[in-house]
Design a protein around this ligand. Structure first.
Ligand SMILES: NC(=O)c1ccc[n+]([C@@H]2O[C@H](COP(=O)([O-])OP(=O)(O)OC[C@H]3O[C@@H](n4cnc5c(N)ncnc54)[C@H](OP(=O)(O)O)[C@@H]3O)[C@@H](O)[C@H]2O)c1
Length: 266
């Protein structure tokens, strides 16, 4: 059981998906960006498996998609930190969708105040584990499935925070940097199997993760971010900055010499 009281190892799917057309799994489905992405994918004709730890909210999102798009949408319980449950979770998805599971979109993540992470390694470790270790665990399981099948896509939300370490969020940034490097290697491995791996790097997006944070600029809506994620998936992009102009902002930021960068309060 997780903190939301959901059993993370079993589920009772109430829709048998054998009759579904193409399907996609969205992990961390209660994220604002995930929700917007799932809606876009449903509009493109995908049946949606929504996985999240808050099952009440997850069921609401599934109902909303079914009503708005008329596409099948099913909520599943998923706790990212419970990595032992990941193989059983993948098996559940296989049982439900079989060969119609075309892709996975990984949206879960966590951001905590940097000053508190510096004082409390247990919290810092959770940030590293959710954003990196747990993501690698579940992505690797689906990578093997798609590799054996010689088709599929994996899209993962990393962050521009992983492009350069900053004093305001370097534990989170380090986890996202690790995730981006991991995805780069995975893309290289899966290319010959015809499986695409898309790294999504959002700048600031208006979600509960950024609510009340100081110093935000050029904040995108979750809806526009979701559309951009769905487009990147459709185009099977390798790396997509969201919105696109963050590619150029980060190009400048990564080229600031370290002797200057270390003096900035970023
Ligand atoms: N917002 C931004 O400006 C921004 C910028 C760059 C990258 N990102 C990334 O975008 C992704 C989506 O974030 P968001 O902005 O949409 O924020 P959000 O609404 O806070 O979503 C975060 C999601 O992660 C889930 N999650 C956290 N810990 C989990 C765990 N242990 N197991 C399962 N799920 C867990 C949350 O579930 P609960 O609802 O149960 O808490 C929530 O669904 C994240 O990877 C984030 O790092 C966001």
């Amino acid at each position: 059981m997780n903190e939301h009281g959901t059993n993370t190892t079993t589920c009772t799917p109430h829709v048998q998906a054998a009759a579904w057309g193409k399907g996609v799994l969205v992990l961390g489905a209660t994220s604002a960006i995930a929700r917007a992405t799932a809606l876009e994918l449903a509009r493109q004709g995908y049946a949606i498996l929504l996985a999240a730890r808050d099952m009440e909210e997850n069921e609401r999102i599934a109902t909303d998609i079914r009503i708005r798009c008329g596409s099948p949408a099913v909520a599943l319980p998923f706790e990212a930190l419970d990595v032992e449950s990941h193989p059983a979770f993948v098996q559940t998805c296989r049982d439900m969708l079989g060969g119609t599971l075309e892709g996975v979109v990984v949206c879960f993540g966590t951001l905590e105040p940097q000053d508190e992470l510096q004082k409390d390694f247990t919290r810092a470790r959770r940030v590293l584990d959710v954003n990196f270790t747990a993501a690698v665990s579940i992505i690797e399981a689906f990578a093997l499935l798609f590799e054996q099948r010689h088709s599929g896509f994996i899209a993962v939300i990393s962050s521009v925070a992983g492009d350069r370490g900053r004093q305001s969020n370097y534990h989170y940034g380090a986890a996202k940097a690790g995730l981006s490097a991991y995805l780069q290697g995975l893309r290289n491995r899966l290319f010959s199997a015809g499986v695409s791996v898309t790294t999504i790097k959002p700048g600031f997006v208006d979600t509960k993760m950024t609510f009340g944070l100081p110093g935000l600029m050029m904040v995108a809506s979750a809806e526009s971010a979701g559309k951009a994620v769905a487009t990147a998936i459709r185009k099977r992009k390798d790396i997509a900055y969201v919105p696109w102009f963050w590619r150029y902002i980060m190009l400048i930021i990564i080229h600031i010499p370290e002797r200057i960068f270390k003096r900035l309060r970023l």
